[in-house]
Design a protein around this ligand. Structure first.
Ligand code: GLN
Length: 500
């Protein structure tokens, strides 16, 4: 059976199945060492240990979902996860939506500044570009205390990279990511706390039993010293994340070009080859990500073709002969909804609402992209079908073929050949559009590059490499389509003009 068909069947079944009541999912954003960060593909850190201990206590299977920080609390509110543990500060606003455990650490937010422009007080921040992580208390600080709009980034590391690139004057962040930002950059420094905070684990409202278990785990881990040990161990491990390439003896007389190449080589080693604690290298994010991109894009293309064929045949049969009035109305509604709403919103609705009980994010992405692309492919194919002379249908029928037989064996092959360039365009757009799957925490090629960037604070190599790989993918695909087009034009793959 082909993959999309399996995907559709599995999704249909999973809708009927009970929600996985015996698993406990922790929602987090894993660029926040030592609380949560990636060791190879695995999310590790203090919050992970605490949440795992809760799952063990309740005898439930433990899972971790890595997502953007501003999705972590919505994930527990919507039931996608049961625990939100992501260095989350207790705030009055958040308490309106979720219940918090007892705090497990006291900390605060700080200002990252350039030593050349030392930070002296909040007044200095007024009117400046201040980078923050979206959805955090740092963002609130800029909005509420400074009464201005911050520059919002998905992670503090990204805000920091923007500051290093001269796009922000300051960054405000929790002290731990801020320390990471400053590490290795001699011209940056940190202020004292500009606001003190406490981290806690959040659960959906009204989950008294779960909350009690979380509180007991935190109290026990603090009392028996596990919390302090995790903090020390993960701090030590995450401190190594940003360590650069081994220092190479560089002759003093090197010229500018040689120095530039040294810097590129160091960056290349740091971004792609430096082994992490589990022995895997960062380049593996790109290799695995490429696999996910290819899997999602090609399965969605096939699913889109199936949906597209069906809708195109229904729509054109209705337009020409008045067949299938109900299916035609349904198809029109489908086209209107899918083409009238943004892809990223469709992906999020599929993930959070329609298929919220489906575990496999690949499957969710394939379905969302396949159904979206189906609408565009349908209209392209309909244009192809309409371009075929109606006399062909009549001839087919006169020869004794049924309606569907004529459609499948005579009309469609010619229609596809005529619209192949337009279809190819749609496939290419789809392939690149899959780069938004990071929204549902799926690690594709684009997200893989983003993870490397967030761990190394290096922007050039990860992004340029990702762009180059997409380019190679699209060029290869275009070349294959060109071959198919020539094959259909030059060979007997045309059933009408083929005597055999
Ligand atoms: N403690 C901050 C907050 O809750 C940021 C946490 C994080 O970035 N993971 O808003």
């Amino acid at each position: 059976m082909n993959k999309p068909l399996v995907a559709v069947l599995a999704a249909a079944f999973s809708l009927c199945l009970a929600r996985g009541a015996d698993s406990l999912t922790m929602a987090t954003e894993a660029t926040f060492p030592p609380y949560e960060f990636l060791r190879g593909q695995e999310v590790v850190g203090i919050d992970v240990e605490l949440s795992r201990a809760v799952a063990q206590k309740l005898g439930r299977e433990f899972r971790v979902e890595n997502m953007d920080f501003d999705s972590v609390i919505p994930a527990v509110v919507s039931g996608k996860a049961q625990l939100a543990a992501s260095g989350i500060t207790i705030t009055e606003d958040r308490k309106k939506n979720v219940d918090f455990s007892i705090p497990y650490v006291k900390t605060g937010i700080v200002v990252v500044y350039r030593k050349a422009n030392p930070y002296k007080g909040a007044a200095q921040l007024k009117g400046e570009k201040i980078g923050v992580q979206s959805g955090t208390t740092s963002e609130n600080y800029v909005l509420e205390q400074l009464k201005q709009e911050p520059e919002r980034f998905k992670t503090s590391a990204e805000a920091c990279a923007a500051m290093l690139a001269g796009r922000c004057a300051f960054v405000i962040a929790d002290v731990d990511p801020a320390k990471n930002c400053v590490k290795g950059n001699d011209d940056l420094a940190l202020s004292d706390f500009i606001s003190s905070e406490e981290y806690a684990i959040a659960v959906a409202k009204g989950q008294a039993e779960l909350l009690a278990a979380v509180n007991e785990v935190i109290a026990a881990a603090r009392a028996d010293g596990r919390l302090a040990k995790w903090a020390a161990d993960y701090k030590a491990e995450s401190d190594k994340l940003k360590e650069g390439a081994p220092a190479v003896e560089k002759p003093a007389e090197k010229g500018a070009i040689a120095k530039f190449w040294d810097a590129v080589c160091d960056d290349f080693y740091l971004c792609f080859l430096k082994p992490s604690a589990d022995g895997s290298v960062r380049g593996a994010y790109l290799v695995r990500g490429l696999g996910v991109t290819i899997e999602v894009a090609f399965s969605a293309i096939v699913l889109g073709l199936l949906v597209g064929f069906l809708v195109a045949v229904v729509r054109s049969s209705h337009d020409k002969y008045g067949y299938f009035p109900v299916l035609n109305a349904l198809s029109k509604t489908y086209l209107t909804i899918v083409r009238g709403t943004p892809m990223v919103v469709q992906l999020l609705i599929t993930y959070y609402i329609i298929l919220r009980s489906v575990e496999s994010k690949e499957l969710i992405a394939i379905l969302a992209f396949g159904i979206n692309s189906g609408a565009y492919q349908a209209e392209i194919l309909r244009a192809g079908i309409t371009s075929i002379d109606p006399g062909q249908m009549e001839a087919g029928r006169a020869l004794g073929l049924g309606y569907w037989q004529t459609m499948l064996r005579i009309i469609l092959p010619q229609a596809v050949r005529n619209v192949l360039p337009a279809l190819g365009n749609e496939f290419i757009v789809l392939m690149k559009d899959t780069s938004i799957v990071g929204y549902i925490a799926l690690i594709d090629l684009a997200k893989g590059g983003d993870i490397i960037r967030s761990q190394t604070y290096s922007v050039y190599l990860p992004y340029l490499t990702v762009a180059a790989v997409y380019l190679v993918l699209v060029v290869t695909f275009t070349w294959l389509l060109g071959k198919l087009e020539r094959y259909l034009r030059n060979t007997g793959a045309d059933p009408v003009h083929n005597d055999s």
